[in-house]
Design a protein. Structure first.
Length: 368
């Protein structure tokens, strides 16, 4: 393939890009994808290799732009991760690693499958999956629902970043972010209620292996790659002088590269501002108690942090339940232990306490 002729830089809003990739099938993978779960169930390495080789060969002439490259990354991700799960280094497949690197360059994303290709860009009409488990079907559906709900939340927080605490637009923007995060938290609770730790750890998790591409270990689809990362960056992140800052900056360096380009740009924009919660709390302290605009802002901000906790605390419990039945030293699909989740929960709780005190001092802030 002459990759110089592939059109780069197709700029679409994230929701439109995800829809376009989901609708794209440059490798004609929808025809073969229904066979993948049976091949995995049988651990049919010869069949999986033949399928991966066929899809790799179809990329020639089929990838024209970031949309078709993203769809190719999605489908190759399912095939190559399946091989890895059954003990086959995908790099033994001629041309596979080179193709992943080129697709990553066109999409400006990590050169392997991600949480976006696995769920948000997975077509609803002809879904790709590793297994025939109804739990995996639900998992893909709920992750998709959660990701879609968080798009307007991220947009609202980005718009709120420069606004003063008494700005009349702020309560509405924070309420919009809360609405999105409420759906996100509900999706996680649905996963927690439906998928047992044993099913996830032993039936689904093996299909999310780390893969080495271009000499770099890249982790599989994982929660750390999702848009709650952007919510944390805009709202909660530690500031200079905070002892948590060094750890958090390392966490961002490891995970921001897995986000699509538009979300990486949003993270860069957010980091040019102070995080919303401590900045708004500080500004509220300079106003007289009971100032209506300030009280409204703090009330909505508190509702949002409560939704963050409604997601984060069950997420820690869910991750620990999964890790408890795995061998010692196991990592999550994103390459982390539960210590990282504990740190994020502690950060969220600390910010919530700061806000609760500010609400009391301001003479408002709904108790819930």
């Amino acid at each position: 393939m002459n990759w110089e002729n592939v059109m780069p830089g197709l700029a679409l809003p994230m929701r439109d890009l995800d829809r376009a990739v989901a609708a794209s099938d440059p490798l004609d993978a929808a025809r073969d994808a229904p066979r993948l779960p049976a091949l995995n169930r049988a651990a049919d390495i010869a069949g999986l290799t033949a399928l991966a080789r066929e899809w790799t060969s179809r990329a020639e002439g089929a990838v024209r732009d970031p949309v078709t490259a993203g769809a190719a990354l999605r489908d190759l991700g399912f095939a190559l991760a399946s091989l890895e799960r059954h003990g086959v280094d995908y790099r033994t497949l001629p041309g596979a690693e080179e193709l992943l690197l080129k697709l990553g360059a066109v999409t400006e994303e990590v050169p392997r499958d991600s949480v976006y290709t696995y769920a948000l860009r997975n077509p609803e009409t002809a879904p790709r999956s590793f297994t025939e488990l109804p739990e995996e079907e639900l998992f893909i559906r709920e992750v998709r629902t959660a990701g879609v709900a968080l798009r307007p939340a991220v947009d609202a927080l980005t718009e709120a970043l420069p606004a003063a605490v008494h700005d009349p637009s702020l309560p509405g923007l924070l309420a919009e972010a809360t609405a999105g995060f409420t759906v996100f938290a509900q999706s996680l609770l649905s996963v927690k209620r439906t998928i047992t730790p044993r099913t996830f750890s032993y039936e689904m998790r093996p299909y999310f292996p780390p893969m080495t591409v271009g000499g770099q270990v890249l982790y599989a689809p994982g929660g750390a790659q999702m848009t709650p990362l952007l919510v944390d960056v805009a709202l909660l992140r530690p500031e200079p002088g905070d002892p948590r800052e060094e750890w958090y900056e390392g966490y961002l360096r490891e995970n921001l590269p897995y986000l699509p380009a538009a979300y990486r740009d949003a993270a860069d924009a957010a980091r040019r501002h102070r995080p919303l919660l401590p900045r708004l709390v500080e500004e509220a302290g300079r106003h007289s108690p009971g100032t209506p605009a300030v009280v409204r802002t703090l009330t909505e901000l508190r509702r949002l942090t409560q939704e963050l906790l409604r997601f984060r605390l069950p997420h820690v419990q869910l991750a620990k339940a999964n890790m408890a039945i795995r061998p010692d030293g196991s990592l999550g699909s994103g390459g982390y232990t539960t210590d990282s989740l504990d740190r994020l929960a502690e950060l969220t709780l600390a910010r919530h306490r700061l806000l609760t005190d500010a609400c009391a001092a301001a003479g408002g802030g709904e108790e819930r």
